[in-house]
Ligand binder design. Structure first.
Ligand code: ATP
Ligand code: MG
Length: 427
């Protein structure tokens, strides 16, 4: 029978790569902890309607990328694997009355997302995002804080070759005026736009600015700028965000073509882009969404957030950083009935004392086990043969120097501190 392959657009994160993922999590958690963000773990599937309302039917995600199916409920019920994190977090915020605590909720999440896309480097069907949502503040400091946290995480991971693109999409009223100006500008070019953009011209024209088609991008170059359509309040908010970023020493460039076409997106929009990723260059995307909580049935509540694509981040990390091999103190070799019986207990006791121990389970000849010990990266090899087992001793061999000593198993455990110092000096 043929073996079963993983689905296209999904991949295994193997041990040889998982250290990068752990490093990202470690650094992110540290920075988020310091800024008083709390982790939230919403479910991975939700009612389809949540995403239809929360992301919008006119988007690519809802229009053609969702993993949607009926589960076994009767009557049939449509559920969807989450394509992004914000909708679920906002649903959880409303459903669990997180607003009742008063003040601002600072939340973060990490986990898999699902979109039926064309797989390529940095674009998969199951991918992972780390995201933050700050719910309950309209203050420009919230925008600046989330941006600072994103840049901080990326910098702490050693990624310096990144650019921050910044824009404001104003409020729905500003956008109403802008939208008309944009349609007026684009309509004469209608036949030259790519197919998707032609369809968006009436439904969701701002999304055309996001097109990846070459000719459409050319046409969009000279389109009117949203920044010329911001009302007084929107301008003030945007000025404040820019001032705060400058005060924080975070450089950015304005990109008036950076837009989100949906009504609940307001004010700040931003992306963090890498020069080292080729076509899939956006590592982080985010912005303010003052209308979303209300759209999903909560009270009118301002909010701002972002999501980092972890596959792209790991691709970048691999260019600059080598995953360290795991530390292993002991490789435990044994042969013979009594020795093998003792080996499991010795490994267990050593681990209880805080040492890391790999137990060879092969039962093969000593020579083969020693070869594996050499390859294991362990600092020392413990050898249990018949003689050692009879006398309740063990042969301790330092793998770098080749020095050996015979020591009782009881002493080995009793002198844990001494042993630890010796192990450290051999690393
Ligand atoms: P893109 O323009 O690359 O499709 P997007 O606008 O759809 O991105 P968002 O929904 O804003 O992306 O998601 C935030 C981040 O998640 C992206 O900047 C990217 O790093 C990552 N991301 C999005 N879709 C994928 C995917 N299919 N595979 C891997 N990473 C992804
Ligand atoms: Mg996309």
């Amino acid at each position: 029978m043929g073996s079963i392959q993983a689905l296209r657009g999904t991949r295994d994160i193997l041990p040889e790569e998982v250290g990068y993922w752990q490093q990202v999590e470690r650094i992110a958690r540290q920075i988020l902890d310091r800024a008083a963000y709390q982790e939230i773990r919403p479910p991975i599937f939700e009612r389809t309607e949540l995403f239809e309302r929360g992301i919008g039917e006119a988007t690519d995600i809802v229009g053609k990328e969702m993993y949607t199916f009926n589960d076994r409920a009767k009557p049939p019920r449509s559920v969807t694997l989450r394509p992004e994190g914000t909708a679920g977090v906002v649903r959880a915020y409303i459903q669990n009355s997180l607003y009742a605590a008063g003040g601002v909720q600072r939340l973060w999440y990490i986990g898999p997302m699902f979109r039926y896309e064309n797989p390529q480097a940095g674009r998969q069907r199951q991918f992972h995002q780390l995201g933050v949502e700050v719910i309950g503040s309209a203050d420009a400091r919230a925008d600046a804080e989330v941006i600072a946290i994103a840049t901080n995480i990326l910098q702490n991971l050693g990624l310096l070759n990144l650019n921050l693109d910044l824009n404001s999409v104003g409020n729905p009223e500003d956008r109403h005026h802008y939208r008309q100006a944009l349609v007026d500008y684009l309509t004469p070019y209608k036949d030259e736009l790519d197919q998707d953009s032609q369809e968006r011209l009436n439904r969701n024209p701002m999304r055309i600015l996001d097109s990846k088609d070459k000719r459409t991008i050319e046409i969009a170059q000279n389109a009117p700028s949203i920044l010329d359509y911001l009302g007084e309040n929107s301008q003030r908010h945007f000025q404040q965000v820019q001032q705060l970023l400058s005060d924080l020493g975070i450089s950015y460039q304005l990109n008036p073509r950076l837009v989100r076409g949906l009504d609940y997106y307001t004010h700040t929009a931003f992306e963090i882009i890498s020069d080292d990723l080729g076509a899939q260059a956006t590592v982080c995307g985010g912005g303010r969404y003052d209308g979303l909580v209300e759209e999903l049935g909560g009270n009118k509540t301002p909010a701002v957030g972002w999501a980092i694509g972890l596959e792209r981040l790991v691709l970048l990390l691999k260019q600059i950083w080598k995953q360290p091999t795991p530390v292993l103190d002991f490789y435990l070799v044994s042969r013979g009935e009594l020795a093998e019986a003792q080996s499991i207990k010795l490994a267990y006791d050593l681990r209880q004392s805080g040492f890391s121990v790999e137990l060879d389970l092969s039962g093969s000849a000593f020579g083969k086990q020693f070869k594996r010990a050499d390859r294991s990266g362990a600092v020392a090899c413990l050898v249990l043969g018949d003689a050692e087992a009879q006398s309740q001793t063990v042969n301790l061999k330092w793998l770098k120097s080749g020095e050996q000593e015979v020591i009782t198993q009881a002493d080995l455990l009793a002198k844990a501190d001494e042993l630890r110092a010796q192990l450290d000096s051999c690393r």
